[in-house]
Design a binder for this molecule. Structure first.
Ligand SMILES: Cc1cc2nc3c(=O)[nH]c(=O)nc-3n(C[C@H](O)[C@H](O)[C@H](O)COP(=O)(O)O)c2cc1C
Length: 374
C-alpha cells in the first residue's frame, strides 16, 4: 500500500527505507535550567524512529539570544550537546536517521530572553504587528517589541554561530542539519521586504536579501559537508508576521542559488499549513509550493503541510516531491509510518498539549495495536 511513499530514497549519504519524514516540531519540553534534551525527550524521539526513516528534530536555537519560547532545547552548550547525543543514540539504535533544525528567531523573541533585557535583533527595526503576541521567558503573552536592527559588522558572528551550531550537532552525532529558513524567523526576516528594509548588502535587491540565507548555508556546509545539510523554506507562508508580496521571484532566486551548493535536500512548507503551530488553517486557492518549485529545484525535495497518506502518495508518485514530512500527525501517532503503510486509522492530535508540559500529549500517544483491533 502507498508504494511510492514506501520506496527507498537516498538523501545525501543516507539510504532511507521509506519517505515518511518526521517534520521539525517545537514541543517546549527541554530541561528548564540547561535547555538540554532530557530523558523524556529521548523517549519521544525513540518512539518515532523507524529503521531507515528520517526525523528532523525540533528547531534548536544556535545562540541564547536566538530564542523566543521557554524550554526549547538549544545547540550551543556542552550540556545540550550531551543531551542531544542521548536522543541521537536512541534513534540510531532503532536504525533511524536524524537531522537537527538550526534556529534563530530574530524579532520573534522578547527582551525577557535577552541578556540585560536588551531588545531582540532583526534585519530592521520593524515590529511584528499587534495582531500577534510574543511569548516571554516566563511563557506569558506580551506585545511584540520593535527589534534592534543588526549592524552590518554584527552579521558575520551570527553566520558563524550557525556554523558552530552545525559543528555541535555533528559532535552530538546527528546525521545532518536543517537550516530553518521558514516561518518568519531570522533568515526569512532577511528574505522578505516587510521585515528587511536594510540599505547595506543584506537588504534591497533580491540578491542582497538572499545573502544571509546563503552565507548561513555555506557556513553550515563548511561545518558538516553539503551532503549533510538541508534547507527549509516557506514560500507563500504567513507565520509569525511573515508574508512576501511577490514570493515567486524571491524564492526562485533563493532556490536557484541553493541549487549550486549541492545540499542534501530542500524542504518546502505548503502555504495551506503555514500557521499550523498556532491554528488549523487550510486555505484554498493558494499555490502548492512543491508544484511551483519542483521544476526549479534540482535535488531531493521534501514537501510538508497538511498531508495524509493518499495525498502524500500522490505527490511522491507524481514526482512533485521525493518525500513528505508530517508534523501534527507524527505528534499523535508515534508509529505513523506503519499506520500509513497499513491503512490503520490515525489518532487525532490534541492541540492544547503541543507546547510545554510533560508526557501528556507527548509520549503517551499509543502505537496502533493490530492484534486488538483486528
Ligand atoms: C506543535 C508544532 C511545532 C512546530 N515546530 C516547528 C519547528 O520547530 N520548525 C519548523 O520548521 N516547523 C515547525 N512546525 C511546522 C511543522 O513542521 C509543519 O510544517 C506543519 O505542522 C505542517 O505540517 P502538518 O500539516 O503535517 O502538521 C511546527 C508545527 C507544530 C504543529
Amino acid at each position: 500500500m502507498l508504494p511510492a511513499l514506501f520506496s527507498p530514497l537516498t538523501i545525501g549519504p543516507y539510504h532511507l527505507k521509506h519517505r515518511v519524514v518526521m517534520a521539525p516540531l517545537t514541543r517546549m519540553r527541554a530541561a528548564r535550567e540547561t535547555l538540554a534534551p532530557r530523558p523524556l525527550n529521548v523517549e519521544y524521539y525513540a518512539q518515532r524512529a523507524t529503521p531507515g526513516g528520517l526525523i528532523i528534530a525540533e528547531a534548536s536555537p544556535v545562540l541564547p539570544t536566538g530564542t523566543g519560547s521557554p524550554n526549547v532545547p538549544g545547540i550551543y552548550s556542552a550540556a545540550q550537546i550531551a543531551g542531544w547525543k542521548q536522543v541521537v543514540d536512541a534513534v540510531h539504535a532503532k536504525g533511524g536517521f536524524i537531522f537537527l533544525q538550526l534556529w534563530h528567531v530574530g524579532r520573534v523573541s522578547h527582551s525577557s530572553f535577552q541578556p540585560g533585557g536588551a531588545l531582540p535583533v532583526a534585519p530592521s527595526a520593524i515590529a511584528i504587528g499587534d495582531d500577534l503576541k510574543a511569548m516571554t521567558a516566563e511563557g506569558k503573552g506580551a506585545a511584540y517589541e520593535t527589534p534592534r536592527a543588526l549592524e552590518t559588522d554584527e552579521i558575520p558572528a551570527l553566520v558563524a554561530a550557525y556554523g558552530q551550531a552545525a559543528r555541535n550537532a555533528m559532535e552530538a552525532g546527528f546525521d545532518g542539519v536543517e537550516v530553518h529558513g521558514a516561518n518568519g524567523y531570522l533568515i526569512e526576516q532577511f528574505l522578505q521586504t516587510r521585515s528587511n528594509q536594510r540599505t547595506d548588502r543584506y537588504g534591497g535587491s533580491i540578491e542582497n536579501r538572499c545573502r544571509f540565507l546563503l552565507e548561513v548555508t555555506e557556513a553550515v556546509i563548511a561545518a558538516c559537508g553539503a551532503d549533510k545539510v538541508g534547507v527549509r523554506l516557506s514560500p507563500y507562508g504567513i507565520a509569525n508576521g511573515s508574508g512576501e508580496p511577490e514570493p515567486m521571484p524571491l524564492h526562485t532566486h533563493a532556490i536557484e542559488a541553493l541549487n549550486t551548493l549541492g545540499i542534501a535536500y530542500l524542504h518546502l512548507i505548503e502555504p495551506r499549513s503555514s500557521g499550523a503551530g498556532r491554528a488549523d488553517v487550510n486555505w484554498q486557492n493558494v499555490p502548492s509550493a512543491i508544484a511551483l518549485f519542483r521544476p526549479i529545484w534540482k535535488g531531493v525535495l521534501i514537501g510538508a503541510g497538511g498531508f495524509t497518506g493518499e495525498p502524500a502518495e500522490a505527490a511522491v508518485a507524481g514526482g512533485q516531491a521525493d518525500a513528505i514530512a508530517f508534523g501534527r500527525y507524527f505528534i499523535s501517532n508515534p508509529d505513523l509510518p506503519a499506520r500509513l503503510q497499513h491503512g490503520w486509522p490515525l489518532t487525532p492530535y490534541n492541540r492544547p498539549t503541543f507546547y510545554g508540559g510533560e508526557e501528556k500529549g507527548y509520549t503517551d500517544y499509543p502505537a496502533y495495536d493490530a492484534t486488538v483491533n483486528a
